[in-house]
Write a protein that binds this ligand. Structure first.
Ligand code: ISJ
Length: 94
């Protein structure tokens, strides 16, 4: 017998599949940005771009009913991983 808890967890598993697929696509794009930066000797971090991102993230979070503190924390981790990867690509290229 499927309980309410099982049903909710099936929903969570489906959402996780979508999140992972979207994260994979995001990392594919940021990898290309990292390769572009490395071949043009551009710094890994872009604080102006991040400022715009975080403004957008707060707006989108409010629109979708999610606590902006959660999304801001998640995106800080995500962007920091990207920056670390870009630093590796820069080091390889220099
Ligand atoms: C992807 C970039 O590199 C870094 C990572 C970002 C991101 O993951 O969204 C944003 C800005 C940069 O600090 C970029 O410059 O666009």
């Amino acid at each position: 017998m499927i309980t309410k808890l099982d049903e909710l967890r099936i929903g969570i598993d489906e959402v996780d599949q979508q999140i992972i697929a979207l994260l994979a696509e995001r990392f594919r794009l940021t990898e290309e940005v990292g390769l572009y930066k490395a071949s043009n000797q551009l710094v890994a971090q872009d604080p102006n771009r991040e400022k715009q991102q975080f403004q957008k993230i707060v707006q989108l979070s409010e629109k979708n009913g999610i606590n902006p503190e959660y999304t801001t924390e998640i995106y800080r981790c995500l962007i920091d991983l990207v920056i670390s990867r870009h630093e590796v690509l820069l080091a390889i290229n220099s």
